[in-house]
Design a protein around this ligand. Structure first.
Ligand code: IPD
Ligand code: CA
Ligand code: CA
Ligand code: CA
Length: 258
């Protein structure tokens, strides 16, 4: 496990350097995928290729799920699976040049073992797992307090808030305030660091795999917004929170009619 962790940390920092170099050199080529707001850049694709090469050399038996380059579906979750989001928050990456991250998760036999979220521009690597705890760079992260919804900031997907999906507006109203950062990884990092009481969104597996391992390692909860287990297949309405806030939001979600 120690060798795997130090190997992945090395990949994350090396990929971060490649991304910073491309940004500084203004070497971004931006394309759209499903619509004009669904962006992908040459850097997203290059970063995923970099991880895939490293993973194949390190563990040729492992399966790989990644957002880009046609690797976004897995039929089998047996054995070891690496889940890659090469640039999470691509819109921020293109338009803000910050507030994005690299994410990588390791699953074994369908269970999340390790998660890594790297805020490239801040040089902050959040990593850990159920059996080892969670660290920010080399410092252990304490378990955040189990605060209720009324005492914290709630991360939210803008479209779900605007449409009041699953009573999202009432959830927001009961919290100290709603935040919409455009980066799932940094929202989940915010929960781990005690800056968010929860997160409501519409996410693909690579958006929550790494952060999910980390929040669960610190006793926080996540599921589909209706309370069922996440399927790790396609986009799903996602709910996460401190145990207290999670239960409050689940009740509101189950009372909703849209
Ligand atoms: C997106 C971001 C965003 C979330 C979207 C994701 P991407 O990831 O995490 O915050 O609302 O659902 O798709 O596409 O930039 O990797
Ligand atoms: Ca994307
Ligand atoms: Ca993402
Ligand atoms: Ca991405």
């Amino acid at each position: 496990m120690q060798i795997l962790i130090s190997e992945i940390k090395h990949w994350m920092t090396e990929a971060g350097e490649m991304i910073k170099t491309a940004l500084l050199a203004n070497q971004l080529t931006v394309d759209t995928k499903t619509d004009r707001k669904d962006l992908v850049t040459n850097v997203d694709k290059m970063t995923q290729d970099y991880f895939v090469k490293k993973i194949v050399a390190f563990d040729p038996q492992a399966r790989i799920l990644g957002e880009e380059n046609g690797q976004d579906h897995l039929d089998k979750w047996s054995g070891r699976v690496f889940i890659i989001d090469p640039v999470d928050g691509t819109m921020n990456f293109v338009l803000e040049r910050e507030n994005f991250c690299i994410m990588l998760a390791v699953y074994e036999e369908g269970q999340g073992i390790l998660g890594f979220i790297y805020d490239v521009m801040k040089g902050q690597l959040l990593w850990g797992g159920r059996d080892i705890g969670v660290f920010l760079n080399e410092e252990r992260v304490p378990q955040p307090a189990d605060i209720p919804l009324s005492e914290g900031l709630l991360g939210m997907n803008a479209a779900m808030y605007a449409r009041n999906s699953h009573n999202a507006q009432i959830m927001g109203d009961r919290s100290m305030g709603v935040r919409m950062s455009g980066c799932a990884g940094l929202e989940l990092m915010g929960m781990v660091l005690g800056r968010r009481v929860g997160y409501v969104s519409n996410l693909a597996p690579w958006d929550y795999a790494a952060g999910g391992v980390l929040i669960e390692a610190l006793g926080m909860k996540m599921s589909h917004i209706t309370g069922r287990k996440l399927k790790l297949d396609g986009r799903e309405r996602f709910l996460a929170g401190t145990p207290h806030a999670y239960e409050e939001m689940l009740v509101l979600s189950q009372q909703a009619n849209n």
